[in-house]
Design a protein around this ligand. Sequence first.
Ligand SMILES: Nc1nc2c(c(=O)[nH]1)N[C@H]1C(S)=C(S)[C@@H](COP(=O)(O)OP(=O)(O)OC[C@H]3O[C@@H](n4cnc5c(=O)[nH]c(N)nc54)[C@H](O)[C@@H]3O)O[C@H]1N2
Ligand SMILES: Nc1nc2c(c(=O)[nH]1)N[C@H]1C(S)=C(S)[C@@H](COP(=O)(O)OP(=O)(O)OC[C@H]3O[C@@H](n4cnc5c(=O)[nH]c(N)nc54)[C@H](O)[C@@H]3O)O[C@H]1N2
Ligand code: SF4
Ligand SMILES: [Mo]
Length: 727
Amino acid sequence: MARDVKSVCSYCGVGCGLIVSTDGQRITGLRGDPRHPANFGKLCPKGATLAQTIDVTTRLRHAMMRSPGATAAERFLRVAPSEAIAHVSAELRLIVDAHGPSAVAFYLSGQMTTEAQYVANKFAKGCLGTNHCDSNSRLCMSAAANSMNLSLGSDGPPASYADIDLADAYLFVGSNAADCHPITFTRAKTRIDKGKAKCVVVDPRRTPTAEAAHVHLPVRPGTDLALLNGLLHILTVWGKIDRAYVDAHTEGWAELEQLIQGYTPTRVAEICGIDREQFLKAAKLIADHDKLVTCWTMGVNQTVQGTFAGNAIINLHLATGRIGKPGAGPFSLTGQPNAMGGRDVGYMSHQLPGQRLIANPDHRAQMERAWGLPAGTIGATPGYDAVRMFEAMATGEIKALWVIGTNPAASMPNLPAIRAGLEKLKLCVVQDAYFPTETTRYAHVLLPAAVNLEQIGTFTNSERRVTLMEQAATPPGDAKPDWWWVQQVAGAMGYARGMSYTSAAQIFDEFARTTAGRPNDQSALYHPLLKERGPQQWPYPAMGKPAERRYVDGVFPTPTGKARLWAREWLEMADAPGRRFPLILTTGRVLNQWHTRTKTGAVPALNKLDPCPYLQMHPDDAERLGLHDRQQVDVASKFGTASTFLKLDDTITRGVVFMPIHWNELWGHAASCNEATTDARDPISKQPSLKAVAVRVTAVGRGEQGGAVAHDEPAETARTPIPVPVY
Ligand SMILES: Nc1nc2c(c(=O)[nH]1)N[C@H]1C(S)=C(S)[C@@H](COP(=O)(O)OP(=O)(O)OC[C@H]3O[C@@H](n4cnc5c(=O)[nH]c(N)nc54)[C@H](O)[C@@H]3O)O[C@H]1N2
Ligand SMILES: Nc1nc2c(c(=O)[nH]1)N[C@H]1C(S)=C(S)[C@@H](COP(=O)(O)OP(=O)(O)OC[C@H]3O[C@@H](n4cnc5c(=O)[nH]c(N)nc54)[C@H](O)[C@@H]3O)O[C@H]1N2
Ligand code: SF4
Ligand SMILES: [Mo]
């Protein structure tokens, strides 16, 4: 029956609403939802072509298996879903019985529905009893989440998109929102173009976002904390501190005031490698415009001081009283479409649902009661972070891995080490919607997943808004929603009690109840309400009022009720460039590709716009190194070597090179930037430093290869010629 249903885009954290026309089985049209508050009908090129990613030859349509211990070359055989479920449950049972539950790990994704994230997390931490259940948010939002928790007492940004429409100044730190959060950026750009708002962008590259700025500060990677401390210092000198707010609603000012004195404009300019006058110009813009929204993303989060830099952004807002007010607030933009939902269900290895922590005995007891488990069932030790999980696979400590909705063999840092982990697994289950991916190469079992347009569920976007997706198409073959597969395996292992949901709506109800009384309270939300009233923001408590803007009253969910100002000293990156590795490699995104391209790779229009990988380098650096445009080069770090083509342009800071993350092993041998990235982590958030590693760039085959151990290079795939780039 032909009709229109509502859904949400499954790419970025903007969370644009969709209206999808369907004949009951297939999608016949897709457009932006004019009433959705994230996009008011607009879509970027990725969202507009989302329907083209559904019925493609690379969909994984059936469960597939190959024998345990099979080599990557051994072919998969199609099996019935029941056989795959029986096999996975039997193998997991054997491993748990022989080695304990901590020999099993889960690696989840911010691209699963909240319902699926909740069920997988419950299965791991509640049923099986392993806390080694982490997610790709560890590579993405972990630093921002930790900084919000430490400074404000709760994860989840204080501001809303509506504040972007009210602001008179924007500060984008390590965010290329023009390419990565395009529809949100359009809102800021509209105000900038009308002369209603000023804009400062901090990024080593002159990105499309920086092009729109009044001041662009091309910092050296990893120096944002110094810059932010310096901004607060100069605001103090200029008398811009809101003493009344600081005294009433924060603690820690004395220490912070002391620390920032060391961050004079001259010193900051030197540390960051920027012009002192430009720095002062940026500071003046920020000083003169009270309605400031600061957006930050991976340029901050993916650094070894990511949590501290997030704290410093929040310091800036707290100390000047620019939080909880219309048009003002720190705004961590979420990367994936449902990373916020994932953090709400507690899908990182140190978390439990409702912003609870494994390390907190009260929180564990509350979840044991909620899940009907005997006291003491949930392990008291937080599980490993993503990188540590793969290390534990390499040593044989973790023997089984179930991956859902992420592609670690392409997206994790230091891929040689990741492969060493994947190769050692006794059981590797990969649940994906597409085949092949870089990770399916290491799988013993493949479980076919329905994508978001083929199921019912919810995503929570950057501004804490929960959107219901209705089913627009029938999943192909044996593909099923992610939660279904987990529940089937749980049932087969004897955990049917508490794992027998009949619908996504029922799962949502159980999850929503766990948030009651918590900072992310959304206990009054349920699917029919979302369908009737449209997408809603949390907090959405049972008796209280839903809030568009948090902390309006200056009361924070910390033990004292006050927000915390953190005095954090900037440190030089551990792996600074030197004689052997003289350049800094940074990595990131382009507008028309999504991550490892399982979806965007199937859309011709997008591939025409962003066709191929490259290494962006300043022409002066190329000249010094004797390299020329479009030349094939090796990018070697002490971890490994990536191979790609040079793209010379002067929009990147000298001494820094940039490689997009989208083209990986399936594109060409060693095509992934992550062959060379470092797995050094921020000690608080355990988020890897994907934005900076020291490298050497040489003409292909000319330099010695990077890496502590040269990774195996099977003769038949060695140096698959990479198509010559066309820009
Ligand atoms: N088109 C597209 N959009 C996406 C995605 C996608 O794959 N494609 N992915 C989504 C996801 S999951 C995420 S997490 C977001 C990421 O969104 P962004 O964080 O905006 O994207 P990135 O390109 O990873 O990094 C942003 C910028 O950080 C800069 N940078 C590097 N090092 C530093 C540094 O030390 N300091 C500062 N200040 N800047 C630095 C880079 O030059 C880059 O321009 O995008 C989301 N949106
Ligand atoms: N060097 C470097 N590395 C990075 C980053 C960087 O900036 N630099 N960014 C990091 C960040 S922020 C992120 S978020 C990660 C992203 O890295 P990944 O999560 O690995 O990237 P995706 O390609 O989005 O992987 C999603 C996988 O899930 C599958 N999939 C899609 N929809 C569904 C579904 O509904 N169900 C299931 N089961 N599967 C589905 C896709 O086919 C794909 O294989 O990369 C990280 N890695
Ligand atoms: S801005 Fe993000 S959510 Fe909106 S259409 Fe584009 S990719 Fe989808
Ligand atoms: Mo991300």
